[in-house]
Design a protein around this ligand. Structure first.
Ligand code: DX5
Ligand code: ZN
Length: 224
């Protein structure tokens, strides 16, 4: 099993102390910043937009992993690339011409990610398997932090891993929602590479320690 990549979700940070929280992630063993953009239409919640993203970018010293939970994401790809996104992930369910959207993200110099809601089968991506660098398997219904992982999504990660292996795709599998010390091992064993964690990091008594524990947990548990 590879060393897991940990991507703390800024959605759970203290927005009144954003610089402090961003600097904490800089100092931590985390690998990326996960940035959740919600428009109140694709998901029933609004998070934040470009001014906040720019503020994060000014202090962040690790790649920005931008998760767009918005309708018609094509309208904003260029702006997110300019705002410093290393990876831009769009939802399968929000893109009529997904291949075109992912191609555009790569043209803009970013890694292209595609996210699947719980009901979307992994096979929906089979015919465009070369068009993305990362697939985000939602492990909750998107829109809010602090939810419990939907158990069936662990099997879905396994199916995604099989599909990528079958097509020799180097794409990373990212999981998002309800990731904590109790769920990370099964997700890693199922084949996930990147672990988004909001609540389990920022609401922990010691976030730096929480990140370190998440980073080490999968390798501590024997494979069963
Ligand atoms: C929810 C977001 C997640 C969220 C995860 O739609 O995509 O990134 O911040 O939060 P936790 O880790 O609290 O489930
Ligand atoms: Zn997310």
């Amino acid at each position: 099993m590879n060393q897991p990549l940990i991507a703390p979700s800024i959605l759970a940070a203290d927005f009144a102390n954003l610089q402090r929280d961003v600097e904490m992630i800089n100092r931590s063993e985390a690998d990326w910043f996960h940035i959740d953009i919600m428009d109140g239409e694709f998901v029933p919640n609004i998070s934040f937009g470009f001014p906040v993203l720019e503020a994060i970018r000014q202090h962040a010293q690790k790649p920005l992993d931008v998760h767009l939970m918005i309708v018609q994401p094509d309208r904003y790809l260029e702006q997110f690339a300019r705002a410093g996104a290393a990876t831009i992930t769009v939802h399968y369910e929000a893109c009529t011409h997904l291949h075109r959207t992912l191609t555009r993200i790569r043209e803009l110099g970013c890694r292209a990610g595609v996210a699947l809601n719980l009901q979307t089968p992994v096979t929906a991506l089979e015919d465009i398997i070369d068009a993305f660098d990362q697939v985000l398997v939602m492990t909750i219904n998107p829109g809010f932090g602090g939810q419990k992982l939907v158990h069936s999504s662990i099997t879905k990660v396994q199916k995604m891993r099989q599909l990528l292996t079958q097509h020799r795709s180097p794409a990373l599998i990212e999981v998002d929602g309800g990731v904590d010390l109790d769920t990370i091992t099964s997700l890693a064993q199922a084949g996930a590479d990147v672990f988004v964690a909001g609540t389990s990091v920022f609401k922990a008594a010691d976030p730096l320690q929480a990140i370190q524990d998440l980073k080490q947990r999968p390798s501590q548990t024997p494979f069963i």
